[in-house]
Design a protein around this ligand. Structure first.
Ligand code: BDR
Ligand code: CA
Length: 346
């Protein structure tokens, strides 16, 4: 029996005023569709926290598990951060399972410069009250997929170590997956190395396994996630929700904004990870194209680059869906609505 998610609960038991508070986006997307089963693999991380909230707080997503991986910080820290986010958001019915503590090859690279020493610096979190599942993330993925009554979608918003390990260990599960949505890569320059984005750079071999797995993949790289900016207006809208959860979100996004200003000179931070979830909820939010793509595994200065042929000069077959454009306001409507639902239910 799959766990009843906050999203599913909201679907069946929202009292009148909460429904009345639904946004324009919600009114266009009726609540009658069967929620899509999703596993969210993440390394929280400020933008991962937003992805958790969107996945748990949107009624069209049936969040079956949150799995954690080493990336933005060590596995112990990203797992604790998943517990923290779920605790403050009242998400107590979704298993959280820890997975791989290092990439398939080489040493772990973390992003304390972006996300702080804890991986989720900013707010003062209390002791988490939601537990960690004692199974390995890869086993939880397998169990969720085996027991699902329809194909499952995996959303990977950290290094793809868990997802690749799962696909390798349970190859027969590949046919039971709807698709894999990924925050990772870039059609242009990188953010951690000149040509490599963080998630792919941390574990290029894992990204390559996922890309070549035969499961349909969508890659939301920097070219689209850099359009998901948390502007001053967005922060004001979240603050205006007036809930303790909304206040924590503002603190998280303010910390994230400040590190992005200091490190990258960007006024407003790109909130990468929820873009992959938003695309599942409403495909119109992200414009994609089917393109040829490779992961650079050996380049002396370009290891971890996603080589995307946007001009069709290579003759390679298109093998991936690639996110290119974002409907900014529609994206934030979805995320703010999810924060509102979770905050009001908590
Ligand atoms: C990715 O790197 C991480 O720091 C973020 O959480 C996001 O998943 C962006 O490059
Ligand atoms: Ca992430």
């Amino acid at each position: 029996m799959p766990p009843v998610t906050v999203a599913a609960r909201a679907r069946v038991s929202l009292p009148g005023p909460r429904v009345a508070a639904r946004t324009a986006v919600d009114r266009e997307a009726p609540l009658s569709h069967t929620p899509r089963p999703v596993i969210l693999d993440c390394d929280p991380g400020h933008d991962d926290a937003m992805a958790i909230l969107l996945a748990a707080g949107n009624p069209t997503i049936d969040l079956r598990a949150i799995t954690t991986v080493a990336g933005n910080q060590t596995l112990a820290k990203t797992t604790r951060n998943a517990q923290r986010v779920c605790t403050v958001a009242g998400i107590d019915d979704v298993p959280i399972a820890a997975g791989c503590d290092r990439p398939l090859r080489g040493a772990l690279l973390t992003a304390g410069d972006v996300h702080g020493e804890s991986g989720l610096d900013g707010p003062a979190f209390g002791e988490p009250t939601v537990a960690v599942d004692d199974r390995h993330a890869v086993e939880v993925m397998h169990e969720v997929v085996q027991h699902a009554d329809r194909p499952v979608t995996i959303v990977g918003v950290g290094p793809l170590t868990n997802v690749a390990t799962y696909l390798d260990r349970y190859p027969a599960d590949r046919g039971r997956l709807e698709r894999i949505e990924i925050m990772g890569g870039s059609t242009g320059r990188g953010n951690t190395a000149p040509y490599a984005e963080f998630n792919v750079l941390v574990d290029p071999e894992a990204a390559d396994v996922v890309l070549r797995s035969g499961v349909p993949t969508t890659w939301h790289g920097l070219q689209v996630t850099h359009q998901a900016t948390a502007t001053a207006d967005v922060l004001r809208r979240i603050e205006g929700l007036g809930t303790p959860l909304a206040a924590i979100c503002v603190e998280l996004l303010t910390f994230f904004r400040d590190t992005y200003r200091a490190l990258f000179g960007l006024d407003d931070p790109p909130v990468h990870d929820p873009v992959a979830i938003a695309h599942l909820i409403d495909p119109v939010v992200v414009g994609t194209a089917r393109l040829p793509m490779r992961i650079e595994l050996v380049g002396e200065h370009t290891r971890g680059a996603t080589v995307v042929d946007t001009s069709g000069r290579t003759g390679w077959e298109p093998n991936a869906e690639v996110g290119l454009t974002l409907a900014h306001d529609r994206f934030w409507d979805l995320l703010i609505d999810a924060i509102d639902r979770l905050g009001a239910a908590g």
